[in-house]
Design a protein around this ligand. Structure first.
Ligand code: SAM
Length: 269
């Protein structure tokens, strides 16, 4: 299947490709045959993203950290709902499914056309909504009064800071007792991305706009009085130098170059 996406939507092929590059290894940290199958099915010049290597391992560790947090939510709230904002072609549902979780994908219409073709909805447990995450009507699709985890993996950095605050505040208002999980870039990387940080001879990734440095995370709570906790989650350990990944938030320089995964809790009404 030929896939033609541009700008931020095209970045889902970058993350997909790097997850698959890791999943193909004999000593893979990430086990994701569905992801590999997607890359093999899609007609797209993935080689323009460059080689997998350490970027693929880093991508796998990031994804595994998200998976751990999603599984924890599912264990605490059997049959709860995960809303995956900007899910692209993530295959997380198949990695973590416990047979009970309900899953709602929210992504832009052009992206969702591709997802629905390759990973068709399977209602009632797995559904999708073709809408911007900033169009809050997607919230009407979430079962009321039930446990909710909203994830935004690789999305918020592409939004403007006021949009990110508004989205977090709206989730806190609408999902009492809920939780949100997302990643954020350090400011130095976001600044470099304006000049084309993730660049190869054939591809330049779009810039990141929302960023936060280590130490600034508590500020997220100022988005809404209904935020009761803000936690930066550890990365799991990887191979080679990535064995130190669980402590990477304490290593100067590395700390300022890594993406941080944040989990926040919302108050009950
Ligand atoms: C870097 S990709 C991440 C995809 C996936 N979460 C992953 O980690 O592989 C960014 C995703 O955000 C989506 N996106 C961009 N702007 C969006 C918006 N305003 N609302 C919902 N999704 C958006 C894109 O279509 C794309 O799927």
């Amino acid at each position: 299947m030929k896939v033609q996406l541009t700008g931020v939507s095209e970045t889902l092929l970058w993350t997909l490709y790097h997850r698959a590059a890791e999943a193909r290894r004999d000593d893979a940290l990430l086990h994701d045959p569905k992801d590999v199958q997607l890359v093999d099915t899609i007609d797209y010049p993935f080689e323009r993203f460059g080689g997998g290597g350490s970027l693929a391992q880093w991508q796998a560790l990031r994804v595994l950290a998200f998976d751990i947090a999603v599984r924890r939510f599912m264990d605490e709230h059997p049959g709860g709902t995960v809303v995956a904002l900007g899910e692209g072609l993530e295959t997380q549902f198949w990695r973590v499914d416990d047979g009970r979780v309900r899953w709602l994908t929210v992504d832009l219409p052009e992206t969702l056309d591709v997802r629905r073709e390759l990973l068709p909805d399977d209602p009632p447990r797995r559904r999708s909504v073709a809408r911007s995450a900033l169009d809050l009507t997607w919230m009407d699709e979430v079962p009321e009064g039930e446990p909710v985890l909203v994830t935004a993996q690789g999305l918020l950095m592409y939004l403007r800071p006021p949009e990110v605050r508004g989205l977090i505040a709206a989730c806190a208002d609408r999902f009492p007792g809920g939780r949100m999980l997302f990643d954020t870039m350090p400011r130095a990387l976001a600044a470099r991305s304006l000049k084309g940080l993730m660049r190869t001879a054939d591809y330049t990734a779009p810039p990141w706009h929302w960023a936060m440095d280590a130490g600034e995370y508590p500020k997220i709570a100022t988005a809404s009085p209904k935020i009761t906790a803000v936690r930066a989650l550890p990365y799991p350990a990887g191979r080679g130098a990535f064995r130190l990944a669980p402590w990477s938030h304490r290593i100067p320089l590395v700390r300022d170059l890594r993406l941080t995964i944040i989990e926040i809790d919302f108050a009950f009404d």
